[in-house]
Design a protein around this ligand. Structure first.
Ligand SMILES: [Zn+2]
Length: 514
């Protein structure tokens, strides 16, 4: 105790020489730096609970875990039901080449895949043929009973462009890109000739008696695929890593008649409730006014959702923990929303906006983070005329070593979608995206099988927790309520029409259920 007093006294007196420093801000930085809980929280959420697809028991576990965490920090927390979803739980995926030789393949079932039996399915693999027209495709469909069908294009290379750019001769790089563009065009034209789209062809294959679907949704990096939903009703749909997929494709083309074995187990759990986790530190002077910290809690389930949006989740949880410790009696209420089902259309946050008009009308500011592990490098005024005045005032309290990386744009434009700040923007609430440095987010982690703990850059996440806690503190303490005056959007040069602000949209409250 004495030691602490001496240190803080020493800090204050040395700082007085340059600039009066705010002890709350000093304490926030010290706590975030010397007593960080980010690694521990990341382990518990990502390694132990895992991915958080809407409607899965793991999403529910995450909701319960977060409430328990907040309570352990002395923060009030609750799970608020906003809808219901198809309940589903991912089981084992195991995909093997069994002929002409044996090899375990790198792949996984897509989300909401219908379960196979324990034995799974073993069958010959075929590819979609080049067809003359929809009639010839229908003829081909008649012969696919009992087969597993490859439904994605065969990529000419598994090396990303940046790798070609570094090593290939210019001629060879250009040749590859031209060939790929041509093959992609031809692939699309052929799918069109079948009379189906790349999506609707899957139910058609299933109806014709295929026993499995294999796709490969390459994300243009080494070994990285995007993993979304299955489009089959009773047969398995799995995604294979690029080279395992193209190897099968070559085997078909060379007439090797490859066979694979797929075990893809899952459980259907009927209709289950879905929640937002809400926690709050009550304001003392203006308890009915709110500063909202925001990050969606759900994820896709090819990886563990580490950067989408595990890191945003960690930032907000850590900021709340630190605020409760160092700023326990805020002027305004500080509320955090860990939204459900952002990935299917901002559903949790849209429901919150719809269900809580009393909160929405009294929001001072929303800070949302949802684009990966990187330190914050961009903040836009989101189209609010006076955002410059208050955001730059709050930012001026943040240490230089954090703000030096941040480019601000004022008044900016409202966000029409993309993440949960858009749900609040549509209600006219000053809501801002804390936008991160990419760290190859779009290709390597966003919705991919490689969105895992090892990609987290904890120094950047720590910096974001400090930034968020200070912004929340300053927004809470502000003398005045923020202005909601909106800019008039310019005329769209493409359509010639006057730009309009995004409109409020209702969430999907019953998802994945027929
Ligand atoms: Zn996200």
């Amino acid at each position: 105790m004495l030691l602490v007093t001496l240190i803080s006294f020493g800090t204050i007196s040395s700082q007085n020489k340059e600039k009066q420093k705010d002890p709350i801000i000093e304490n926030i930085i010290k706590e975030a730096t010397e007593n960080s809980q980010l690694e521990q929280l990341g382990h518990e959420l990502l390694d132990v609970i895992g991915p958080r697809l809407v409607g899965t028991p793991q999403m529910q576990q995450a909701n319960d875990w977060a409430v328990a965490k907040y309570k352990s920090w002395g923060i009030d927390a609750r799970n608020e039901k906003w809808g219901e979803w198809r309940g589903w739980e991912r089981g084992i995926s195991h995909i093997d080449l069994v002929s002409p030789r044996i090899q375990s393949l790198d792949g996984t079932q897509l989300a909401w895949n219908p379960s196979t039996s324990d034995e799974g399915v073993t069958a010959e693999v075929i590819v979609i043929p080049t067809v003359k027209d929809s009639l010839s495709f229908q003829n081909w469909l008649n012969g696919i009973k009992g087969k597993i069908v490859l439904v994605s294009i065969k990529q000419p290379t598994g090396r990303p462009n940046y790798n070609w750019e570094e090593y290939a001769t210019e001629e060879s790089f250009n040749k590859m890109k031209d060939a790929r563009a041509e093959e992609t065009k031809a692939w699309r034209a052929n799918i069109k000739k079948t009379g189906y789209s790349s999506r609707s062809i899957i139910p058609a294959l299933e109806k014709a008696g295929a026993v499995g679907i294999v796709s490969s949704n390459w994300s243009k990096g080494f070994g990285v695929n995007k993993i979304f939903s299955a489009r089959t009703k009773t047969i398995p749909q799995v995604d294979l890593e690029l080279e395992d997929y193209t190897m099968l494709y070559r085997m078909v083309e060379y007439g090797d008649k490859p066979q694979i074995h797929i075990v893809a187990k899952s459980k259907e759990l009927g209709r289950v409730p879905t929640f937002n986790t809400i926690a709050e530190i009550k304001g003392t002077e203006k308890p009915d006014e709110y500063v909202i910290l925001s990050a969606h809690f759900d994820s896709w389930d090819g990886g563990t959702g580490a950067t989408d949006n595990g890191t945003g989740t960690l930032v907000m949880m850590e900021a709340m923990r630190i605020l409760k410790k160092m700023y326990p009696n805020p002027k305004r209420t500080i509320l955090v929303g860990h939204w459900g089902s952002e990935e299917q259309g901002l559903n949790g946050s849209r429901a919150f906006v719809e269900d809580h008009p009393e909160i929405v009308k009294n929001v001072q500011a929303v800070f949302n983070q949802d684009n990966g592990t990187g330190r914050v490098v961009r903040i836009s005024g989101a189209g609010y005329v006076h955002s410059y005045e208050y955001i730059s005032r709050w930012l001026s309290a943040v240490p230089k070593d954090i703000t030096q990386h941040i480019e601000t744009t004022f008044p900016g434009r409202p966000s029409g979608g993309g993440s949960d700040n858009a749900s609040f923007n549509a209600a006219g609430v000053p809501s801002f995206s804390l936008s991160s440095l990419s760290w190859d987010y779009w290709n390597y982690t966003w919705h991919t099988n490689r969105d895992t703990y090892d990609k987290i850059v904890f120094d950047d996440v720590r910096s974001n927790a400090i930034l968020t806690a200070i912004l929340a503190y300053k927004a809470s303490e502000d003398e005045s309520k923020t202005s909601r005056e909106k800019i008039i959007l310019p005329i769209n040069s493409r359509t010639g029409k006057q730009g309009t602000w995004p409109k409020l949209r209702s969430p999907t409250r019953n998802g994945g259920l027929d």
